[in-house]
Design a protein around this ligand. Structure first.
Ligand SMILES: Cc1cc2nc3c(=O)[nH]c(=O)nc-3n(C[C@H](O)[C@H](O)[C@H](O)COP(=O)(O)OP(=O)(O)OC[C@H]3O[C@@H](n4cnc5c(N)ncnc54)[C@H](O)[C@@H]3O)c2cc1C
Length: 387
């Protein structure tokens, strides 16, 4: 039997985060969003709740949960707001997880405890101004060993959580050696405040306005040799694994946004009337909401499967790409329909559906565009481009 029912522990976590999102995030997030301000107070409360330590062992200050638990939290947060959800996703999935998976004991002990508490945030720098989908082809950042130091030069674009006042470290992928076919890529940890490491002002974004996204530059930036994460030349493989997992997390976030659209519309169609009836009376509205619920459910089941396989250490690459593809489609479609159901109010930033509309688009872009997900699925089906 395949079970899609959450166990007691998972349901307790889901409902705790649902309550947190409704009681702590919902009342104030609109203001942060409008001001494009990072929500430090909310992040501190998420830290106290243990969300940043969810999938990490207790010895590092984590909650001893797993990746499924982490995705459940993202889903519930995104039903209310995606800026806080992506802040958690990037901090855990992209920032702390590579340190946990690939770091030495010393690196784990140095960085993970404060990351698990949410007192500090880590970021992951892969994308460059010259290209994000085409890695390693688009990479220009280099790191050369000079005595017992790495000298890093180059830049990164669109890096989440890289410029907050509590960011402690950015792991950057860099070319450590060029060979004829494929450059050798390694991951180097660069603490904030390292001379030569500069963080640009926050981008002006369409959505995720209360999250932190920056361009970074490294001008002959020197870090000790032991700031290499994992082995020399393993950066590309590490990045592929990190991204596969990250796609499951973004799929959960997408399904949450899709569900949030349903939540908001169910409320609104009972409050708003037209032509003598509640909007809920009209079948065309009911059908729209039925389609939205169907998309949100399919998106949720898709990430459940991918996350369950990830946790069970079964192959999950194809399921992760499918979950991200259908999840981001569901988020886009539901955000569009929810805005339509709200009419003119749906175009006003004070209503959550307007935020959902603005936040949905990037889900088709970040951590691999929808085109890249299709490439991954096609390759998993044996449709190699050279065939
Ligand atoms: C808000 C935000 C936060 C982000 N956070 C991070 C982060 O924390 N860390 C990080 O490293 N990156 C981050 N990114 C970067 C993100 O992962 C990239 O934007 C994404 O991978 C796409 O890369 P690109 O923007 O360079 O687009 P490009 O790679 O230039 O792609 C442009 C278009 O071409 C398409 N395309 C490319 N190649 C092909 C092909 N072979 N066939 C068909 N179509 C193709 C793409 O699908 C896309 O539609 C973030 C981005 C945003 C917007």
């Amino acid at each position: 039997m395949v079970s899609f029912t959450l166990n007691e522990e998972q349901e307790a976590l889901r409902s705790t985060v649902e309550d947190f999102a409704r009681e702590v995030v919902a009342p104030v997030i609109g203001g942060y969003y409008e001001r494009a301000e990072f929500p430090y107070e909310i992040v501190a409360k998420m830290g106290k709740l243990g969300l940043f330590g969810l999938p990490f062992p207790e010895e590092y200050g984590g909650m001893g949960g797993d990746y499924f638990a982490f995705c459940l939290a993202l889903h519930e947060l995104a039903r209310v707001d995606s800026s806080v959800a992506i802040t958690l996703e990037a901090a855990v999935g992209l920032g702390a997880m590579p340190i946990f998976r690939f770091g030495s004991d010393a690196q784990r002990e140095r960085w993970l405890p404060e990351l698990c508490q949410g007192e500090r945030l880590a970021a992951f720098g892969l994308t460059e101004p010259g290209g994000g989908s085409d890695i390693p082809g688009g990479m220009r950042t280099t790191a050369q060993l000079d005595g017992d130091e790495w000298v890093v030069s180059g830049s990164k674009a669109f890096i989440t959580n890289s410029g907050t006042a509590i960011t402690s470290v950015v792991t950057a992928l860099a070319i450590t050696e060029r060979s004829d076919d494929r450059p050798q890529i390694s991951a180097i940890m660069i603490p904030t405040g390292t001379p030569g490491f500069t963080v640009a002002p926050e981008y002006s974004k369409v959505g995720w306005c209360a999250s932190d996204t920056r361009e970074l530059s490294f001008d002959s930036c020197r870090v000790p040799a032991d700031h290499l994460l994992g082995e020399v030349g393993r950066g590309y493989a590490q990045f592929l694994q990190t991204l596969d997992e990250g796609r499951v997390a973004i799929a959960a976030l997408s399904a949450g946004l899709a569900q949030g659209c349903v939540d908001e519309c169910l409320r609104y169609v009972r409050e708003r009337s037209a032509f003598g009836h509640e909007l809920a009376h009209y079948q065309s509205i009911q059908f729209k909401i039925a389609d939205m619920e169907a998309r949100a459910q399919v998106a949720r089941l898709a990430w459940y499967e991918a996350a369950a396989r990830l946790v069970a250490r079964q192959p999950f690459k194809k399921q992760a790409a499918i979950a991200k593809l259908v999840g981001s489609n569901a988020a886009m479609d539901n955000a569009r329909d929810a805005t339509q159901i709200y009419g003119g109010y749906g175009f006003m930033n004070e209503f959550p559906v307007a935020r959902f509309y603005r936040d949905a688009k990037v889900l088709e872009i970040g951590e691999g565009t929808s085109e890249v997900q299709r490439m991954v699925i096609a390759r998993q089906l044996g449709l190699d481009r050279s065939a």
